[in-house]
Design a protein around this ligand. Structure first.
Ligand SMILES: *Cc1c(COP(=O)(O)O)cnc(C)c1O
Ligand code: SF4
Length: 426
């Protein structure tokens, strides 16, 4: 088997043996957890100029720094400025684009749909249980940047998750709401709940009669795959839940988050095989990111690589409005073009749904299901009758680069409504 020791390309990991690099504790102990540590790391692997570029980005970055050696080793440090892995985890001031005027923290209005702390209940039959605020790795573009991780210079976080001592309230709500058949245990990243917390939570959920499907959302397979190689560690909670779900004839699965084919290594394959061998189904959610996966070739390679390790491409999301991340957003037309280019290459059930999570809490809609789209204005109009039959939901493309002053939001909507009166009819 070809198992290159790819991390040894880095100056700082030149002497790290395979046994250490595949050790979860080593990965966690050697994770970078501050901007200062990352600054020094960049200086050593790339250049002083790039380190300064990163330091200058901190005023706008909504996410704390936390990176595993595994992720750091995936970055091509010789070409870090343009590297798609670097772009996802390390912001640079030189690529900063001002936030869109439609941006609101918690742009999906999850707060409004939260009946008790830590539960987001928007769709009748399913709910999110936000069970932790932290992750093993922080993505700079996190959709839940309003609550995930510690405060930064740019963002002070809400504290609304159901931490272990508050789970009872969340579980009681789910128990008392028979319509909820499907629960996603998310956060943050469910990896940051140790097995001794995660397992009792999954067990309690599976033991609720009307809960038929339980999913765990974690990026561990992508950013810390060695965590899944030890069946006595965090994985033990997943294995036990899968076993209980099967006995109950219910569904249990893992949801993960890969954005680029280079995130899939031989270590990922070992980890995915371990899950497959235990009968744990894994689905992937990709976020479309400009300069990372917004070309058919790159996105196609990712989808192929996922299918090859038995991970089902489930969703490709348009990037939500997130502070400091405008540089990564793509217009709706990009998603439509990618779906057109890629559909039909493989089994239909291995092809993802391309969706937009509508600002204002309209939920996920297929990118082609707009009532009207004006690519010139960069505004599209959607309806979401299952959520609110009366309401209009607007989606906003990134503003064109030449717009020196961000257009006022109300004027953008007014221009759209005036130009397309027929689109407003119900
Ligand atoms: C995405 C999401 C879910 C899960 O939705 P699926 O489309 O079934 O994967 C549940 N609740 C909320 C609020 C969500 O955003
Ligand atoms: S792993 Fe998920 S929740 Fe955590 S920072 Fe990344 S996108 Fe956000």
């Amino acid at each position: 088997m070809n198992e290159p020791l790819f991390w040894q390309r880095l100056r700082q990991y030149r002497d790290v043996e395979r046994s250490a690099f595949l050790c979860e504790r080593w990965q966690l102990r050697n994770s970078l957890r501050s901007a200062e540590r990352l600054y020094d790391f960049i200086r050593m692997e790339a250049s002083q100029a790039l380190a300064d570029d990163f330091a200058a980005s901190l005023a706008h970055n909504p996410m704390q720094v936390r990176l595993t050696p595994y992720v750091l080793a995936l970055i091509d440090w010789q070409n870090a400025a343009s590297d798609p892995l670097r772009r996802q985890f390390i912001p640079l001031a030189s690529e900063y684009v001002p936030d869109h005027p439609a941006l609101a923290l918690d742009s999906l209005s999850e707060h409004r749909d939260s009946p008790v702390p830590g539960v987001v209940h928007r769709y009748p039959g399913k709910a999110l249980l936000l069970a932790t605020r932290s992750c093993p790795v922080y993505c700079r573009f996190c959709t839940r940047s309003y609550l995930v991780g510690g405060d930064t210079a740019a963002v002070t976080k809400a504290h609304e998750v159901a931490t272990p001592n508050r789970w009872q309230q969340a579980l009681t709500y789910i128990r008392d709401t028979p319509a909820i058949e499907d629960v996603v245990v998310s956060g943050g990243d469910a990896y940051n709940l140790p097995a001794r917390h995660l397992w009792p939570l999954l067990e309690a959920l599976l033991n609720i009669k009307h809960v038929r499907r339980v999913r765990v959302a974690s990026k561990a397979l992508a950013v810390l795959p060695c965590a899944l190689l030890d069946e006595c560690g965090w994985s033990s909670a997943l294995i036990a839940a899968q076993q209980l779900a099967r006995e109950q004839r219910k569904q249990f699965s893992l949801q993960t988050h890969f954005n680029h084919a280079r995130e899939i290594t031989w270590i990922t394959r070992l980890a995915a095989d371990a899950l497959f061998d235990r009968g744990i189904r894994v689905r992937n959610q990709t976020v479309l990111l400009r300069g990372v996966n917004d070309e058919p070739q790159g996105l196609g390679a990712l989808l192929e690589a996922l299918v090859a390790i038995n991970v089902e491409p489930y969703y490709v999301y348009l990037h939500d409005l997130v502070p400091g991340s405008e540089t990564l957003r793509t217009p709706l037309s990009t998603a439509i073009r990618l779906e057109e280019a890629l559909r039909g290459r493989t089994s239909g059930y291995e092809f993802p749904r391309f969706v937009v999570d509508l600002p204002g809490g309209g939920g996920k809609r297929h990118v082609c299901s707009f009532r009207h789209y004006d690519p010139g204005l960069g505004v599209s109009l959607f309806r979401a009758p299952a959520i609110d039959p009366e309401r209009r939901y607007y989606h906003f493309d990134p503003l064109p680069a030449q717009a020196s002053h961000p257009a006022a939001l109300s004027r953008l909507i007014e221009a759209f409504d005036n130009a397309h009166p027929q689109a407003l009819a119900r």
